[in-house]
Design a protein around this ligand. Structure first.
Ligand SMILES: Cc1ncc(COP(=O)(O)O)c(C=O)c1O
Length: 359
């Protein structure tokens, strides 16, 4: 069976170093916000060319905290509207809601799956105060156009980078990361981080993630407990030096899929192979997805659907269920994610391509 993502194999590469780190942390006996978190924050900030990195408990909290940070700084207030792609993982939208802000959904571009910048302006009102850009599946959104709109309307620009670790986009923007185990850069449990160049925001965020406290038992803000776990930071410190080369393997697989899958029944995305993509997922479209998925399964190829139900059709958002986002809905009906990981062999890639071309 060709696995969609062999997490065991990915992490077994680093097993010895993980065990050494576990021993180190155990020996030190310091489990919350210790040296490993500090080291990780410094190294990940460097890796992202950001001034600050704030380690948090998961990717959802990273985004919620960014919004809460801006509220604390007086740059956002309850009820402000935030533009967000209709085609995203639900966490992007939940983050906006959890900060008492209002998500305004915008359709994606069918070819890239990312927010369509040409549709943003029509959704901007006097209450719009920010854009949450999502680099879905690892593909950089059309930032030049989005930033232009942001400047024009004086909007905060926040990036959901949960699926795009290693994108070398030189913006000065504030990003939320998830290190959920299956991400390009995954921990051995839940973990997340925020990067930013904004000194004032960073200062607030370091406190907000820790009960609103910078100095123990002195609480400046109404914060939460969302600290990056010391052990997870230790494991991430082991993996960070390998992220670049792992993304390189993903890119070489994507390059082969893009040039060698030739089947009229399988629609490949219009993705570029430059540094603007880290290929977290490789997502194709097909009219009869169930048939393709079953065929691949018969041929021992595991696939996953990202995602089967669009956010606005989820039960949790009952008041949105009657809204119509045809492109988003089409994507959710047709997409299928092919095996993609840094431990896939080229023989496996050959096989997947051959089977797809025979379909
Ligand atoms: C686009 C996107 N945003 C946010 C998140 C939330 O991350 P986490 O699961 O670490 O909370 C995820 C991943 O789960 C995601 O894919």
């Amino acid at each position: 069976m060709i696995k969609f993502l062999d997490l065991q194999k990915i992490n077994q590469q680093y097993q010895e170093e993980f065990q050494q780190k576990l021993k180190l942390v155990l020996d030190k006996g310091w489990f919350i916000l210790g040296d490993e978190v500090k080291t990780f924050e410094n190294n990940f900030a460097d890796y992202c060319d950001a001034k600050h990195c704030i380690g948090v408990a998961n990717g959802l909290d990273a985004l919620v905290l960014i919004f809460k940070g801006y509220i604390q700084l007086g740059l956002l207030k309850k009820g402000d509207e935030i533009i967000v792609p209709a085609n995203t993982y639900i966490a992007s939208i939940l983050a906006i809601l959890q900060a008492d802000l209002v998500p305004v959904l915008v359709e994606p571009d069918l070819e890239t799956y990312n927010i369509d910048p040409d549709l943003i302006e029509a959704k901007i009102s006097s209450k719009t105060k920010g854009i949450l850009v999502v680099h879905l599946y690892g593909q950089l959104a059309n930032m030049n156009k989005i930033i232009e709109i942001g400047y024009k309307y004086n909007l905060l620009m926040i990036e959901d980078a949960a699926q795009s670790h290693g994108l070398k986009f030189k913006g000065s923007h504030t990003r939320g990361f998830s290190f959920y185990p299956s991400k390009n850069f995954g921990a051995l449990g839940d973990a997340g981080a925020i990067t930013t160049n904004d000194d004032a925001l960073a200062k607030v965020l370091f406190a907000l993630r820790n009960y609103g406290s910078e100095e123990k038992y002195h609480n400046e803000f109404i914060g939460i407990n969302s600290r990056l776990d010391e052990l997870q930071a230790a494991f991430l410190n082991v993996k960070l030096p390998h992220l670049h080369s792992e993304n390189g393997i993903r890119r070489s697989i994507a390059k082969r899929y893009l040039s060698e899958i030739k089947n009229v029944r399988i629609k490949l995305p219009s993705w570029d192979l430059s540094d603007n993509h880290v290929f977290h997922l490789f997502v194709v479209r097909t009219a009869d997805r169930e048939a393709l998925q079953a065929y691949l399964k018969q041929n021992n190829i595991e696939t996953v659907i990202h995602y089967p139900i669009p956010p606005h059709k989820q039960k949790a958002f009952a008041n949105w269920n009657s809204l119509s986002f045809p492109i988003t809905e089409k994507i959710h009906k047709e997409v299928l994610s092919l095996p993609m990981s840094p431990v896939m062999t080229m023989d496996e890639v050959d096989y997947v391509i051959k089977i797809l071309n025979q379909y």
